[in-house]
Ligand binder design. Structure first.
Ligand code: GLA
Length: 391
């Protein structure tokens, strides 16, 4: 968020470690459209949001990585030669994983003291994990004077998530946390990594509705979806030589060779193939200022994720149903991995406050749960925070 926030974290660091730190921050994200397409070499359209994880960092001479998580009031320590190891299902996996991957890339001679804090809602599908990974990567790379291109840090964070958190994620979350731009969504080709910043029109607001149902991506369902896609590429490859990912399959080809797949795998493929087409159309609609069409594509995406990819849940569906009935909404859909978490809503900016109230009341009446609703702006990606003048 602001430099005041970074200054506060610097003060907390000084209280714990008694030296002055450098402070880094990286944002969470919302994905406007293009879900479960990134690990299929497809297209996505995320935006960074104004929730950040901060990492304050200083060197130590003790040969250890020391991490204090302010949010949990908890500290852990790892010897630098013992960073590797399987996922422990603990917040420190992300930090330890990034440090270990940096070591593998030849960076990381120095011991480090870190203090982590953030306001990205946890387990809400807004990429709190990518935010902590990116902020840690920037912090440790800078402390060790490493000259790694930002894109290398992005890939390294993705590897850390695979190996140390156990989620075989695509590259979307780390990429947008690094390269987000204020007031822009980013159209990313996850194969070539070509990225285009698309201005978000000011008459529309991004409103995020949190179902308050926590998702657990490492819980197996996510990796299972990815395996289904990879299995299908192998089968379809028997008749479509040269395909490397579902990105390469056209809907007509999928229909023609449907008998090669079982029903579940076929529906998983149908989601991915149609979703890739929707993202590309959505990019054209946004560029042309056609928010009506963009919104329709969001609803279609949600239906496909519900019916074919089966990653929504009752609460997410309730949120989207409520949004359809509300005034001033262009479109709504679940965002992120699914199984809980948030919806993203494109709403007429003048109606965003009344929309918020309607969603809180409607969702509470339907589910008994009080949701959180965030009216967001697309924000800047990861950076070092300027704190010197504030200390
Ligand atoms: C999670 C993963 C991403 C992406 C989304 C689904 O956020 O980290 O790589 O696959 O789910 O679109």
């Amino acid at each position: 968020m602001t430099d005041q926030r970074a200054a506060k974290i610097a003060e907390q660091f000084i209280a714990v470690y008694e030296t002055a730190p450098l402070v880094f921050r990286a944002p969470g994200r919302v994905n406007l459209i293009g879900e479960h397409t990134d690990y299929n070499d497809g297209f996505v359209m995320p935006a960074a949001i104004g929730f950040y994880t901060h990492v304050a960092a200083g060197k130590n001479e003790d040969g250890v990585l020391r991490i204090h998580a302010q949010q949990f009031g908890e500290s852990v320590e790892f010897a630098l030669d013992r960073l590797a190891g399987p996922p422990r299902r603990h917040w420190s996996d992300y930090v330890r994983g990034v440090a270990a991957e940096l070591q593998d890339a030849g960076v990381g001679g120095s011991g480090a003291n870190l203090l982590v804090d953030g306001d990205v809602p946890l387990g809400a599908g807004l990429s709190s994990s990518a935010a902590i990974e990116m902020a840690t990567a920037l912090a440790l790379a800078t402390l060790n004077s490493a000259h790694l291109a930002k894109i290398e840090l992005v890939k390294l964070c993705q590897r850390a998530e695979h190996k140390y958190a156990g989620t075989k994620c695509g590259i979307m979350d780390q990429f947008i946390s690094c390269f987000g731009m204020a007031n822009h969504a980013l159209m990313l080709d996850c194969r070539s990594l070509d990225a285009t910043q698309l201005p978000l029109p000011s008459p529309a607001s991004l409103v995020i509705c949190n179902t308050m149902v926590r998702h657990e991506l490492a819980g197996g369902e996510y990796n299972e979806r990815r395996s289904s896609c990879e299995r299908s590429v192998k089968r379809l490859g028997q008749v479509l030589p040269g395909i490397q990912a579902l990105r390469d399959v056209k809907i007509e080809e999928l229909e023609q060779h449907r008998s090669l797949l079982n029903d579940v795998d076929y529906r998983r493929c149908r989601h991915v193939v149609t979703e890739n087409a929707r993202v590309q159309e959505a990019a054209h609609a946004l560029t042309a200022g056609n928010l009506g069409r963009f919104g329709e594509l969001m609803y279609e995406s949600h239906e496909s994720l519900d019916r074919d990819y089966e990653v929504t849940c009752e609460e997410l569906n309730a949120m989207v149903r409520l949004a359809r009935r509300a005034d001033g909404v262009y479109g709504a859909r679940m965002t992120g991995g699914g199984f809980g978490g948030c919806t993203v809503n494109l709403v007429d900016a003048e109606k965003s406050e009344t929309f918020k109230q309607a969603m809180v009341a409607g969702y509470k009446a339907e589910t008994g749960i009080v949701p959180e609703v965030y009216v967001c702006a697309a924000s800047a990606g990861a950076s070092q925070a300027g704190i010197a003048s504030l200390l």
